[in-house]
Design a binder for this molecule. Structure first.
Ligand code: ADP
Ligand code: MG
Length: 251
């Protein structure tokens, strides 16, 4: 197994509330790993722990290790901005900035100090192409991203992540605001992106997890209950609690 991220003994507290309990998980490179489990079990918390987005939450404390390329992202001397470029995130609701399409995609590069407009233009085009959006927007790069339909806004958010050359893409229920056709498009896009990126996705849609993921991790009440190849998790779960959830017997 070629491992992109190795999570070891991860505990996370929101104040006194113990939200992640001794989580261990290996995320394989160039595969799609789905985090599944009932609402409130800690899927989003775990995803955010992988690029230290939880740092932004007051009173949140994390212990344990998250190794990215063998280096602990919670260790000393980590540049959190660089980390968040390497481990990008796409959220439930598309969240383009109130800027032009072009400026959304080039945002991270400009923040990092890139001023060369030829370089910016080239990366914007490439990122939009790789997010399957270029053909839709190439003639209106200056218009506001907020004018795009929702599914294109979500692919724009993917393009914004791709522009800063990530290794890992985290997606937190990226299709939950989309209709079935737009959802299918994002799923297809994810399968294409998997060739070059490692993907971790939170989904409450069991069909989606079984359609697109290579591995699935079932969480319950902050614990990692079972992890395995997706077909095994869905067809032959080892833990009774996983089986109950998969077969819809969960509460
Ligand atoms: N910012 C926060 N402050 C306090 N508790 C939180 C915060 N975010 C999430 N939680 C709690 O942590 C648990 C896990 O939440 P979350 O990771 O959002 O679950 P999921 O994504 O699986 O629905 C829940 O009990 C939730 O109420
Ligand atoms: Mg969530």
């Amino acid at each position: 197994m070629d491992i992109a991220i190795q999570i070891s003994n991860l505990d996370l507290f929101y104040g006194a509330f113990h939200a992640l309990k001794n989580v261990n998980l290996k995320i394989e490179r160039h595969k799609i790993t789905a985090l599944i489990g009932p609402s409130g079990c800690g899927k989003s918390t775990l995803l955010r722990a992988l690029n230290r987005m939880n740092d932004l939450i007051q009173g949140c404390r994390t212990t344990g290790e998250v190794l990215l390329e063998g280096k602990d992202i919670y260790g000393p001397g980590v540049n959190v901005c660089e980390l968040r470029n390497k481990v990008g995130m796409v959220f439930q609701r598309p969240n383009p900035f109130p800027l032009s399409i072009q400026d959304n995609v080039s945002f991270g590069l400009r923040v990092a100090g890139q001023k060369n407009s030829a370089i910016l233009d080239e990366i914007v085009e490439k990122s939009l192409q790789n997010a399957w959006l270029w053909e839709h927007v190439k003639d209106k790069l200056e218009t506001s991203a907020l004018e795009l339909p929702l599914d294109q806004q979500q692919r724009l958010c993917v393009a914004r992540v791709l522009a800063v050359e990530p290794d890992v893409i985290l997606m937190d229920e990226p299709c939950s605001a989309l209709d079935p056709i737009s959802t299918a498009k994002i799923e297809e896009l994810m399968l294409e992106l998997r060739r070059r990126y490692t993907i971790a996705i939170v989904t409450h849609n069991m069909q989606q997890a079984s359609r697109i993921s290579d591995y699935s991790a079932y969480m319950l009440l902050g614990e990692m209950i079972e992890f395995g190849i997706t077909t095994q998790i869905f067809e032959n779960p080892k833990d009774k609690r996983t089986e109950d959830y998969i077969t819809g017997r969960y509460g």
